[in-house]
Design a protein around this ligand. Structure first.
Ligand SMILES: [Ca+2]
Ligand SMILES: [Ca+2]
Ligand SMILES: [Ca+2]
Ligand SMILES: [Ca+2]
Length: 633
């Protein structure tokens, strides 16, 4: 018997040794010293039989515990982002949940490498549309007060919250929670025109990156919706009936000083990057993901909030202690829940999601963390990309995979002729295109060869799950009010109230006057603000779900095309072909045989993105007048 135990132990060691050690070794995470809260142990990587529990495709991972098969043991659920693939056909933007069944005990969960996709009571894979960057984030609450916990997740855009009602024997097919001002209520939200001042309900930022959690924050006996996202951390009061929940306008969650909750302060210099009224995210991040929980056991709901976790000023998890005041539910300023001795990253990767449950059934809450780590060379954990800041290394966030840095040859004249028909350009224009693309190639790809970082070109994100076991904190002599407060309490720097200048402006330009029989150019010219780009119509973007720019001119009778249209120069960005910069013009040569004022319309469809945000596609119709005079006049 003893011998068998030793053998088992040796086997376990061997298996552990096969895992990359660097996703299991952490800098020392200090105790944040918050009275009433669990004292957290160091993170433990959750594994199956031979490898970590993981998510693929885009790497986001949102863990939760739930007894999926009703055997009395909680199983591990991991929400993914854009799960669809060639061998897993779903909705094009579908995200779902991996269910790892617990083969251990409820107090000592164990998992195999196997998982199943979560299915509803009709046997359909549970799926929410997520066309960008937050994934399925399961949370459980009995929203309709029928005695069965329901599963709920937020969504990137148009900011829906999806509700799967619990039955005690699985979850019903999804429905959408009613929300005041829901942009899907009329028209097609994908092409919706948002108008409004920053913070308004009629803006894209109000809705985008809707992460969702629930708690009764106004003490009226129903669950209110807590959201993070483009307009920061907010509450949406439940104004429905207990059986029919419905959610009001989102209002900012506030500190005791009446300031919006803030998880990241990157300083004045960075904030200067939001000129002309472009909205500075009120929480400093724009991708905050809240979990409502009474973390310090004082009977008042608190928030644990994660965000992008790309920048050296970021906290892995920010704790906001809730307090009841005459003004309602307020919060102390955010505190770093996982500080490290030397300010190093507390967790690998980025885009963390947290969940709270008593993992080991010892009566103390534990912290369960999903982290999106970077791998290279086909799935090896990358120490240098996961333990260093993505903003410092200038690599992409999870959600922008796969392979935004594919290995790629330096553009040559031969390769560029394949992309642009050379006969449409002058020799000088073609040389300029080639030079721009070669320079761009060097900055984004070529330099990595010189710097010995060619393996970064194989970067893909994967999800990992960690558990930090909580221990009961010794009773502290300090009062419960002595929550650590950041030395430099972040003050809100309010966004300008000027209307935000759009990231893309389009001009449709005709010459002032042309003569009959004379060739003239009608030009549709795009100008992108720094950091923003649109997609070139090369056919290489559409397979990845991005809308390519299209420009179609309606020439009135009397105006004829006088040659091939010339396109603006594009360059590649990872897997995509994009336009950025100013005055990127489509030019259509035309001529007219009779004098007159001719109105020409241009219909333009495009989608605008920057590295951490994509706006819905837009279609616009522009008009210009071509004034034609007699050649003899
Ligand atoms: Ca229910
Ligand atoms: Ca309530
Ligand atoms: Ca509390
Ligand atoms: Ca515990």
């Amino acid at each position: 018997m003893k011998r068998a135990n030793i053998l088992l132990f040796a086997t376990a060691l061997t298996l552990a040794g096969q895992l990359a050690a660097d996703e299991k070794s952490f800098p020392e995470i200090l105790d944040a010293g918050i009275p009433g809260t669990p004292k957290l142990g160091q993170p433990i990587l959750v594994t199956g039989a031979t490898k970590p529990i993981l998510t693929e495709k885009h790497g986001l991972a949102a863990p939760a515990l739930w007894d999926w098969n009703g055997d009395g043991k909680r199983d591990l659920l991991v929400g993914e982002f854009e799960t669809n693939s060639s061998d897993f056909p779903m909705g094009a933007d579908g995200s779902t949940i991996r269910v790892y069944l617990n083969v251990g005990t409820d107090a000592d969960p164990k998992f195999t490498d196997e998982f199943e996709w979560a299915q509803d009571t009709e046997g359909t894979i549970m799926e929410v549309p997520q066309w960008c960057c937050i994934g399925f984030t399961p949370q459980f609450v009995d929203l309709d007060d029928d005695g069965h916990l329901d599963m709920i997740t937020g969504q990137y855009h148009p900011g829906e919250v999806t509700w799967f009602r619990g039955t005690g024997a699985g979850f019903l097919p999804s429905e959408t929670l009613p929300q005041e001002g829901d942009p899907t209520a009329d028209g097609n939200p994908m092409f919706g025109n948002y108008e409004g001042e920053p913070g308004d309900i009629g803006t894209f930022h109000y809705w985008v990156y809707t992460s969702a959690s629930f708690g009764d924050f106004d003490d009226d006996g129903d669950y209110d919706l807590i959201v993070g996202g483009g307009d920061g951390l907010r509450i949406s009061e439940n104004i429905g009936s207990p059986r029919r929940p419905s959610f009001a306008m989102r209002e900012p969650l506030l500190t005791l000083d009446g300031e919006p909750l803030r998880i990241l302060d990157r300083g004045e210099e960075w904030e200067a990057n939001f000129p002309d009224g472009e909205l500075l995210p009120p929480d400093g991040d724009g991708k905050s993901s809240p979990l409502a929980v009474d973390w310090d056991d004082d009977g008042v709901l608190d928030l644990l909030v994660t965000g992008s976790y790309r920048h050296p000023s970021s906290h892995a998890v920010t704790f906001f202690r809730g307090v009841k005041t005459d003004d309602g539910h307020r919060f102390h300023p955010g505190v770093d829940l996982l500080p490290t001795a030397d300010g190093a990253k507390a967790l690998p990767g980025s885009g963390q999601r947290v969940y709270v449950d008593d993992w080991n059934k010892d009566g103390v809450k534990d912290l369960i963390i999903g982290a999106s780590v970077a791998t290279v060379n086909g799935g090896e954990f990358s120490d240098e990309l996961s333990w260093e800041w993505e903003d410092v290394n200038e690599v992409e966030s999870a959600g922008k995979d796969p392979g935004l840095y594919p290995p790629r040859e330096r553009p040559t004249e031969e390769s560029e002729i394949m992309v642009w028909a050379k006969e449409n350009y002058t020799e000088e224009e073609f040389e300029a295109h080639l030079k721009l693309n070669q320079e761009y190639w060097y900055e984004t790809v070529g330099r990595l060869y010189d710097e010995g970082k060619a393996h970064w070109l194989t970067m893909r994100h994967q999800g990992r799950i960690y558990v930090m076991m909580g221990k009961q904190r010794e009773a502290s002599p300090v009062t419960a009010d002595a929550v650590p407060v950041p030395a430099d309490t972040p003050k809100r720097r309010s966004a300008s109230t000027a209307s935000a200048k759009p990231p893309v402006t389009i001009a449709f330009v005709a010459p002032d006057e042309v003569r009959t029989g004379e060739r003239a150019n009608l030009a549709v010219s795009f100008s992108m603000r720094p950091g923003w780009y649109i997609y070139a119509p090369t056919g290489r973007n559409a397979p990845h779900g991005m809308i390519e720019t299209s420009v179609s001119l309606a020439l009135p009778e009397g105006i004829e095309s006088a040659g091939p249209r010339s396109l603006p120069v594009h360059h590649f960005k990872g897997l995509y072909d994009i336009y950025e910069g100013s005055d990127r013009a489509w030019a259509q040569p035309v001529e007219a045989s009779a004098a007159g004022n001719y109105e020409v319309t241009a219909k333009v469809t495009y989608q605008t993105c920057k590295d951490d945000l994509c706006l819905p596609p837009r279609t616009e119709t522009l008009r210009t007048v071509l004034a034609v005079v007699d050649a003899g006049s």
